[in-house]
Design a protein around this ligand. Structure first.
Ligand SMILES: [Zn+2]
Length: 85
């Protein structure tokens, strides 16, 4: 498996993996995700309510995002293991 194949695998996993989530961070606390929505459904609608500081956010500049892919690492690891034999 070359790097390109790995990238294709990751891309297809991201689009079809139900357990992928888009984590939402608010500027009030960048170390704790304030929310999460399923990946692929776009960005949260504004105004967005932050449960951490209990404020209504009406500007994407106050938000940052991260993607979790909980099962993808396991799948890639299993395939790499197979190729070793
Ligand atoms: Zn907040």
């Amino acid at each position: 498996m070359n790097l390109l194949e790995v990238l294709i695998l990751i891309n297809s996993g991201l689009s079809s993996n139900d357990k992928s989530s888009l984590l939402i961070y608010h500027s009030c606390d960048q170390s704790v995700p304030a929310g999460a929505i399923p990946y692929g459904t776009g960005f949260p609608k504004l105004p967005w309510y932050c449960p951490l500081c209990k404020k209504s956010v009406d500007n994407y500049a106050e938000l940052s995002f991260d993607i979790t892919v909980e099962t993808l690492d396991l799948e890639v690891g299993a395939i790499v293991q197979e190729n070793k034999d």
